[in-house]
Every structure is written in structure tokens, then in C-alpha cells.
Design a protein around this ligand. Structure first.
Ligand code: ADP
Length: 311
């Protein structure tokens, strides 16, 4: 195994009864990468993280973190990885300091090491003056920041973020990402992210997709967007059938959501203004724009011929 791989898996599989939560997963993630695993609910993302962090054992296959096979010394693996889950690992009745000291003790940090690291992280998160405040008095964004601080107290080589910003508003999501980016830059951590907010995954070096436990090869967000289409055409209409009949032969079948149609257009010479005039009052609105990672995701998981795969 090349020494610069932070994560490697070979045929990693988790079976519950007859069902495969994750099937034959082969991954190679280089050290320092910001990696995103995207897929619908129930696709196998959390199970993958649980296996890689030794929280659950694989049914089949092998995995290595920073060159170490995870089954050889699970305790050492747990010291090498950091975890931030959707559900907070913090005790809301305790203060920031108490929560972080407790976690530091679990990682066997000395009191001096713990204090220095807690100071350092609270400074990054702008919470150095709140150290003795109880968590229950903090905002959701501040609590999430403390969750992340807890996950990186022991300077892990690989940080797993499972839907880290779920439920947060946009300003809080942005500040969480600023902290994570700073940690990544300063400490060279590899980051393994799952998220439903695809705009967050645009910053990834590489994203893959997972569906029904099977990995689907992805790429860099920029390449995936470029490969998807030149333009996304969105039309609102109460005459969907008419519009699809007129446009499907030109652009293919759209994704339909009630009265909203979304076509992906490969050609770069379409005169959209003329098209809008032709469609006239059959449509209530029409817009055309560059594709983004949300479109890549939608066309992979909600495209006309895959409808119903999102659970
Ligand atoms: P995701 O994180 O992508 O939403 P999960 O990894 O949580 O998906 O789940 C993958 C599949 O495995 C789902 O079908 C889920 O119901 C199933 N699964 C997860 N954990 C268990 C479990 N402890 N027992 C049985 N089935 C499970």
C-alpha cells in the first residue's frame, strides 16, 4: 500500500441479515485530501464511517487507516481518527471545559496537553471566553463547533464528518467550514465528509457517490459538473406534457417535480431567448444557468430513468 494513503479499503462489506448496507467497497484516499461521499438516505455512508472507525466490524473485506490495518489494533485506530456525527457526543448540562476535559481524558492527554489544546481550539472557534459556559446556553452553531473541537482534540490524522452541519443555518454552516478548513490547513488532516448540503461538497478534492451500498466512481466536483451538461434549463409550467413533447426530442427527458421541469443541455449553441418566445404562454417561467453539484446529484439519483431510488 502506498504510504501516502490515509484510507484504503478492499472489498469492505457490511451485511445485516440478507441485506448489504455496504458491498465490496474499494477506496483509496490520499493523505491530506478533502474527500466527500454522497448518496441518498440509507445508501451506506454512516455504515462506511462506522466500519472505518472500528465502531462496527465489517462482514468481509479489509481497511487500513494511515497504513494500519484497522483490525490489527482498533484502539490505536480510534486514536488516529476523529469523529463528528449528526448526533452530538456532548453533555449539554456540562460546561465547554468539562466536556472537552472529559474527552481529553478518554484520549489519555495529560492535563497540560489538554489545557493547551483546548485553549488552541477555542481560540480557532472564537469561544475562548466561553470556556466555563454550560453547553445548554450556547447556540446550535457554537455547540457544533465544540463537537468539532472534541473530534480533533487528539490531533487525528483522519477526521470523519458525518452530516456535520445538519440543522444549522447558513451563517453557522459557513463558520463551521471556516474552522474545518483552518484545521485542515494547519494540521494537514484528511477529511472524510458526508453531507446533504452539496454546496459544501464543492470544496472537496474528490467526491464519490454511493447507492444501495455500492460505490459509484465520482471525480473532482469541477469535472463532474463539466461532464454533466453545458446548461440547465428550468421551466415552470402547468402544461408539462406539452412542453416535454416539444423539448424531449431536442434535450432528452427532464427531471420532473410537480410543475417544474429541469432539462440538461449538452449543446452550447441553444438560443434560449428564442425558445422562450416559442413556448410563449405555455410556461409561467423559464431560466437557464450553469450546472452545479446539486444538478450532478439530482441527475444521478433522481434522473427520469432512476426515479424512486432516493429512499
Ligand atoms: P446512510 O448513512 O447513507 O443514510 P446507513 O449506512 O445508515 O445509510 O444505512 C445503510 C443501510 O443499512 C440502510 O438500509 C439501513 O437501514 C441499514 N442499516 C444500518 N444500520 C443497521 C443496523 N444496525 N441493523 C440493520 N440494518 C441497518
Amino acid at each position: 500500500m502506498p504510504s501516502n494513503l490515509a484510507i484504503r479499503t478492499q472489498g469492505l462489506t457490511k451485511q445485516y441479515g440478507q441485506a448489504f448496507a455496504v458491498e465490496q467497497l474499494d477506496l483509496e484516499i490520499e493523505a491530506g485530501q478533502f474527500y466527500g461521499l454522497l448518496g441518498p438516505n440509507g445508501a451506506g455512508k454512516s455504515t462506511t464511517i462506522h466500519m472505518l472507525t472500528t465502531m462496527t466490524s465489517a462482514t468481509l473485506g479489509d481497511a487500513w487507516i494511515a497504513g494500519k490495518k484497522i483490525t490489527d489494533d482498533p484502539v490505536a485506530i480510534r486514536r488516529t481518527v476523529g469523529l463528528v456525527f449528526q448526533d452530538s457526543a456532548l453533555d449539554r448540562t456540562m460546561s465547554i471545559d468539562e466536556n472537552l476535559q472529559f474527552a481529553a481524558a478518554l484520549y489519555n492527554l495529560s492535563p497540560e496537553q489538554a489545557n493547551a489544546r483546548i485553549d488552541e481550539l477555542l481560540t480557532v472557534f472564537g469561544l475562548q471566553d466561553q470556556r466555563n459556559k454550560k453547553l445548554v446556553t450556547l447556540s446550535g452553531g457554537q455547540r457544533r463547533a465544540i463537537d468539532i473541537a472534541r473530534g480533533v482534540l487528539h490531533k487525528p490524522k483522519v477526521l470523519f464528518l458525518d452530516e456535520p452541519t445538519i440543522g444549522l443555518d447558513l451563517p453557522n454552516r459557513r463558520s463551521i467550514w471556516r474552522f474545518v478548513e483552518k484545521l485542515r490547513r494547519d494540521e494537514g488532516m484528511t477529511i472524510f465528509l458526508t453531507t446533504h448540503y452539496l454546496e459544501e461538497a464543492v470544496a472537496c478534492d474528490h467526491v464519490d457517490f454511493i447507492q444501495n451500498g455500492r460505490l459509484e466512481q465520482g471525480g473532482t466536483p469541477a469535472d463532474l459538473i463539466k461532464q454533466l451538461a453545458e446548461t440547465i434549463l428550468e421551466i415552470d409550467t402547468d402544461k408539462s406534457e406539452n412542453i416535454v413533447n416539444q423539448l424531449a426530442s431536442l434535450f432528452g427527458d427532464p427531471i420532473r417535480e410537480d410543475q417544474h421541469l429541469s432539462f440538461k443541455i449538452i449543446a452550447n449553441d441553444v438560443d434560449f431567448s428564442a425558445l422562450q418566445k416559442t413556448l410563449g404562454d405555455q410556461i409561467s417561467s423559464m431560466q437557464w444557468r450553469r450546472p452545479n453539484l446539486n444538478d450532478v446529484y439530482l441527475w444521478r439519483f433522481c434522473a427520469p430513468d432512476t426515479m424512486g431510488s432516493e429512499k
